[in-house]
Design a protein around this ligand. Structure first.
Ligand code: PMT
Length: 221
């Protein structure tokens, strides 16, 4: 039926931040609350999809009617996503994945020392890029949080990561994007497709985003 356009489709959604351990009691992370990713997963479920939500550590209740996989680090998230990606029809990468992790995570609590300290960081694997490289039949949707030249960077990410769509967030204002209940985004696709959305609650926005993508994909077939 029309209200369930994702019926029979398998969707994997990532949400929230990742935590990269420095030692057993400290970690690096970011301000993602998971709200946008949880809204995407819930919207996909309501449109009929069979959803796997891969979630970093957040304070939100687990949504029902889907498989929820809890992860901590970027590496955990990569492995959890890869284990379902091949069977997925749609992959939505809303998570704010750490780009760097401590190069030498300590097994014991770091001791205070005189003077300054330096933590050496190494790059994590870019999950979206990895999925882009392994893409066969999947529709791949990334997010991009930017503080400047939002469209320019979103269009760059679309190409570089072999994604089908990028949902670009302008996070230059503190009341938009990370942690908030509302979000203002622009959906960017190939062929110079650009669709701006008004400021909406994340739940409503998630549904609108999926419906627009499905409509456009339907037209292109
Ligand atoms: O969780 P909320 O508080 O609701 O906030 C929502 C949000 C602002 C986190 C969300 O809407 C958002 O914009 N998510 C992506 C944020 C981000 O990290 O963007 P990025 O430009 O660093 O990464 C671009 C894309 O690559 C994203 O799809 C990201 O999931 C992916 N990525 C990034 C790094 C990495 N190592 N692996 C990745 O897959």
């Amino acid at each position: 039926p029309k209200e369930q356009p994702l019926k029979g489709k398998k969707v994997v959604v990532t949400a929230g931040p990742t935590r990269e351990r420095i030692d057993p009691v400290r970690y690096l992370t970011n301000f993602s609350s998971g709200k946008m990713g949880y809204a995407m997963a819930t919207a996909a479920r309501d449109l009929g999809a069979d959803v796997t939500l891969v979630s970093g550590p957040v304070d939100l209740p687990e949504p029902t009617g889907m498989t929820v996989v809890q992860v901590e680090s970027a590496e955990d998230m990569l492995q959890a996503v890869l284990s379902v990606y091949e069977q997925s029809d749609l992959a939505i990468k809303t998570a704010a994945v750490a780009d760097y992790r401590p190069k030498n995570a300590m097994n014991q609590k770091m001791k205070k020392q005189e003077g300054d300290s330096v933590i050496e960081l190494e790059r994590t694997t870019d999950i979206l890029k990895t999925l882009g490289e392994k893409k066969t039949h999947q529709l791949l949707i990334g997010f991009a949080a930017e503080t400047n030249d939002v469209l320019h960077y979103a269009q760059g990410k679309l190409q570089k990561k072999n994604a089908d769509y990028i949902v670009a967030n302008d996070v230059s204002q503190t009341d938009r994007g990370f942690g908030t209940d509302e979000n203002t985004v622009t959906l960017v696709g190939h062929g110079d497709y650009v669709k701006s959305f008004p400021s909406l609650q994340k739940e409503a926005l998630a549904k609108q985003l999926l419906l627009h993508i499905l409509e456009r994909e339907g037209q292109m077939k």
